[in-house]
Design a protein around this ligand. Structure first.
Ligand SMILES: [Fe+2]
Length: 533
């Protein structure tokens, strides 16, 4: 595969070399039998065994660029968190082609996988053509990765007929099978939004291992705190074949919530009494492990306990997409949580001042038909008291009402008339209208919030549960379903269609069929959800 970075198709011999000896090469149909392998050219670093056990991924598509990802881990669940890799640098070659058989290769290159970053690589490919599909694969030593498919965004101002996306969140691997991803992989989305809780940091033992048919080494039965533990936790979750297929199928746009570090943390504040300097050290290793395991660009490379995750993407003239980080910069929990208490303090922020300014500027400049906010926690006001009292969650936007008001003000001031907020966190499918004044059902609807339930968290679930009445007692909440699944969205110049997909069980096995439990349409220029099914 040498020379590198040359824009020409591979010769027959090179192609066979690329096909390597790894049976995983066949996983997505490269069509070359393993026995056709030729000796690979020499490469720096030792790869003790087939290293692509965690799959491949791509992310953050721009019109001419996309980032690719893989992580070498011949023994992914090695207890020391090193994935079975020696502590040395290893060359990882990659190529990207216009077709799945790699007859028209448009780019080749080499990245160096280092122990510092858990032998992950994040090559950014440039010079691609807007609005088209590409295929990619990696090679390390003589081993070839599965083939991944990705897609570039349409040109910034290109007339774009549709964006088909999925959103997912909350994948507690130990609570059940990733059946949702098995079905998602048949939907052919252009983009997948991941909205937080890619891992959970809890010890996994008898009481919470509800995924049947697996046995776990006791090493996983400890709360995750160290870099090696976080790395091992990502590896455990990523061994799921349906998750790997979903990554290999389409580019992902990912953001995190709390469990990538610790439950309900706020900036440098742990809710478990850990001193700030100690928690900042934990946050630093958690952020590093997150970067190592996600298809993120270099601009998200963490620096100590800081990592830039909020960013913008654009899909032709159809959508401005603002990806938010409501965890890293938020103010801590208020002491007074009564109605009208400290959580309404105008100084409180869930985004932090810099991200607030960045979002306001982005909303001012937004000129695509739709504005999407891809983010973590529920934005709509949710009164959790079904009686006359009023109670709010301080972990969601309700704990930061002034910040929500400032975002809504910017939406109205800058004429953002087609706003859709994509949310995760609550492990339930919910659809809500966003109101100018949540206490007045007659006030203007300024957007829609599409909250996706979990892929795995909370196990089987049921259509209704203990929280159904609570959510539906809020008049702007239009729909609730407590089962596992994903959301499938289609944006066109005239409407946004949201289909809520569910599976009936996930604990016993991964065989549950999928169904659409509700379908909503929002017309461009006419905010608000209309239920179709
Ligand atoms: Fe969650």
């Amino acid at each position: 595969m040498s020379p590198h970075s040359e824009n020409r198709p591979p010769s027959r011999r090179e192609f066979l070399t690329l096909a390597g000896v790894s049976a995983t090469a066949l996983a997505l149909g490269s069509g070359i039998p393993a026995h056709a392998a030729q000796p690979a050219p020499p490469s720096r670093g030792r790869v003790p065994a087939a290293p692509f056990t965690l799959g491949v991924a791509s992310g953050d598509p721009e019109p001419t660029s996309v980032v690719l990802w893989t992580r070498l881990a011949p023994d992914p669940l090695a207890a020391d968190g090193h994935g079975g890799m020696p502590g040395e640098h290893v060359d990882v070659h990659y190529e990207i082609a216009e077709d799945e058989h790699f007859t028209t290769v448009v780019h080749r290159g080499r990245a160096v996988a280092t122990p510092d970053l858990a032998h992950s690589v994040h090559p950014e490919i440039h010079g691609l053509r807007p609005g088209r599909e590409y295929f990619y694969r990696f090679r390390a030593g003589e081993h070839l990765s599965p083939v991944g498919r990705t897609r570039t965004a349409p040109g910034r101002h290109d007339r774009t007929a549709a964006l088909r996306f999925a959103s997912v969140s909350c994948q507690a691997w130990y609570h059940g099978h990733f059946t949702a991803y098995r079905h998602l992989a048949t939907e052919d989305p252009d983009l997948v939004f991941f909205l937080g809780d890619y891992i959970y940091e809890y010890a996994i033992g008898e009481s919470n291992l509800w995924r049947q048919g697996v046995t776990l080494d006791p090493v996983h039965n400890a709360d995750v705190r160290t870099l090696e533990q976080y790395r091992l936790r990502y590896a455990l979750f990523k061994t799921d074949p349906h998750l790997q297929r979903a990554h290999a199928l389409a580019p992902w746009v990912s953001t995190w919530d709390d469990h990538e570090v610790q439950n309900n943390y706020a900036d440098a504040h742990s809710q478990y009494g850990i001193a700030v300097p100690d928690f900042e050290r934990q946050r630093a290793v958690a952020y590093r492990a997150y970067y190592e395991n996600m298809p993120l660009r270099r601009s998200s490379l963490p620096h100590g306990p800081d990592m830039r995750l909020y960013r913008r993407l654009r899909w032709g003239d159809l959508a401005d997409i603002h990806v938010l980080d409501t965890r890293q910069y938020r103010d801590d929990f208020p002491d007074d949580t009564s109605a009208g208490g400290e959580h309404t303090d105008p100084d409180r922020s869930i985004l932090g001042r810099a991200q607030e300014r960045w979002l306001a500027q982005g909303l001012r400049q937004a000129n695509a038909t739709w504005t999407l906010l891809a983010q973590q926690v529920v934005m709509a006001q949710i009164d959790r008291d079904t009686g006359p009292g009023r109670t709010f969650s301080m972990d969601q936007w309700d704990g930061f009402t002034a910040n929500r008001d400032r975002v809504f003000d910017a939406v109205r001031r800058h004429g953002v008339d087609n706003l859709a907020v994509l949310t995760g966190d609550i492990h339930r499918h919910v659809a809500a209208d966003l109101k100018a004044d949540f206490t007045d059902p007659a006030s203007a609807t300024i957007g829609t919030e599409l909250i996706v339930g979990s892929v795995g968290s909370d196990g089987d679930g049921a259509p209704t549960d203990d929280y159904t009445d609570l959510w539906l007692s809020n008049p702007h909440v239009r729909f609730y379903d407590g089962r596992r699944g994903y959301l499938l969205g289609t944006l066109t110049p005239t409407e946004l269609t949201a289909e809520y997909k569910v599976v009936d069980y996930i604990e016993a096995d991964d065989r549950a069929p999928v169904s659409t439990t509700a379908r909503f349409v929002t017309e461009a220029g006419n905010p608000g959800l209309k239920r179709e099914a």
